[in-house]
Design a protein around this ligand. Structure first.
Ligand code: SF4
Ligand code: SF4
Length: 109
């Protein structure tokens, strides 16, 4: 049975550069209109007097992520992340990391 995979994004460190999305498209040789991970940029908002912008990669196809880990040992999208904000791993490890990590998180299971 395929291992369960999780994806965790530390939103305080993600700068919304979209390199993860491009790495995923490149790895799977997908056309620009197709992707297994998309980076969403939300509208800027004022929260507690500070300007904030929501941005987060969203992983659509965790079955494909499992394939990446099996073949490469690490996810191409996470390897390219300059902020080290993105983690793709077995679900147990992602859950452990989510407990240890402070700040805003997006976790896809
Ligand atoms: S997770 Fe990393 S590579 Fe992806 S948009 Fe955020 S900073 Fe860029
Ligand atoms: S782990 Fe692989 S399939 Fe999943 S988002 Fe990253 S590059 Fe794409």
């Amino acid at each position: 049975m395929a291992k369960k995979i999780g994806v965790l994004v530390e939103l305080d460190y993600c700068v919304g550069c979209s390199a993860c999305q491009l790495a995923c498209q490149d790895y799977y040789d997908l056309p620009v209109t197709e992707t297994y991970m998309r980076v969403f940029l939300g509208k800027p908002d004022v929260v507690d007097g500070r300007h904030e912008m929501f941005m987060s990669p969203y992983a659509y196809r965790l079955d494909k992520c499992a394939n990446c880990l099996e073949k490469e040992g690490e996810a191409p999208c996470a390897a390219i992340c300059i902020s080290r904000a993105l983690h793709v791993d077995e679900l147990d490890k992602i859950n452990e990391l989510a407990e240890k990590t402070d700040g805003h998180l997006a976790v896809y299971r």
